[in-house]
Design a protein around this ligand. Sequence first.
Ligand code: ATP
Length: 377
Amino acid sequence: MAQPIRLDDVRKEYHTAGASHVAVDDLSLEIPEGSFTTIVGPSGCGKTTTLRMIAGLETPTSGTIHFGDRDVTDVRPQDRNAAMVFQSIALYPHMTVRENIAYGLKVAGVPKAKRDAAVDEAAETLQIREQLEKMPAELSGGQQQRVALGSAFVQDPDVLLLDEPMSDLDAKLKAELRVEVQRLHKEMDATMVYVTHDQTEAMTMSDHVLLLEEGRLAQFAPPSDLFDRPVSQYVAEFIGTPSTNTLPATVEVGGDAPTIVGEQFEIPAPSDLFADRIGDSVTVGIRPQYLSPDGGDHHVRVIVDVVEQLGTEFVVHGTSVDGTHINVVDERVGDAGPDDELSVGFDGGDAFVFDKDGETICHGDVLVAARSASPSQ
Ligand code: ATP
């Protein structure tokens, strides 16, 4: 039965050549039971180490891990009822696909009829029925990874952990397998945690995204919250393609209320949040998708460098008159060419404002909730 996963002040330090390195820095969070969470972040931020501690393959230096009410911090991996699928596919080359998928059940003493039924169900879900009697060497990389997923599926784990299972596959196979993994999650009664450095995977597949920053929790929330309500400039810039535009500005005294003044815009700011910040330097963040050539209350002039076509949309890479790099994503900017000047607008309600430490002060006129250890808060 699916279990919630709780990490309390989990820390992992590695000691090599006399130096110590903090890979995971006092991480506390609760992953809801039966949910699908992706862990995402730049290389070296602690994604795999976090997953391996949940699996029991690494022991935390300090802190505890619970599956439901059970403290599993010191429980052996094989006694946690957790299954793990790795990036490098480990199939037994001398066994058929059916034997590979059933192997864990066979070792556990499950009778043959029951094993066969479980394998057939997994093969149906993962669409590898035709491959069951083949040898692994006869399969494509994507099919082999489906077999590895099938082996995890038949174990009926409480917790299913996946470490970049698609990173070696080409784009088309990745897109197919993304759908299979989501189907697998619907079929299984398991809490699923999936590590990826591909934010598109994270944003499209999961209920919740845990973004890490140097071993610490940057934000843990539903994908739309990371996009529309990032708690920091780091989150705003990491999530979304192309990255959020960032424009320097200053908080100044306005007519009725404080005003955020940039090189090309003046945004009225809520008094309760900015009255104490007069004179402060801030950064205004605006997503490329929220800049448009014929809309918005505030306008920025952009000199076009390059225009890319992405399906029905175009991406303009340009530079504002004050030298800031600006990206615009819109269906109507396809006619623009290099060196053209484009005026693009945005609504103040779509802008994020970050303080000098990169913490979000507000998005639009709404105060951003503080960092949370639970995605539902
Ligand atoms: P990637 O996306 O590159 O796989 P990651 O986010 O999964 O990175 P981890 O593999 O968890 O990052 O590593 C986090 C940090 O801990 C890195 O700086 C890494 O070098 C270090 N690290 C990981 N495993 C060990 C180890 N066994 N010994 C020493 N340092 C380690």
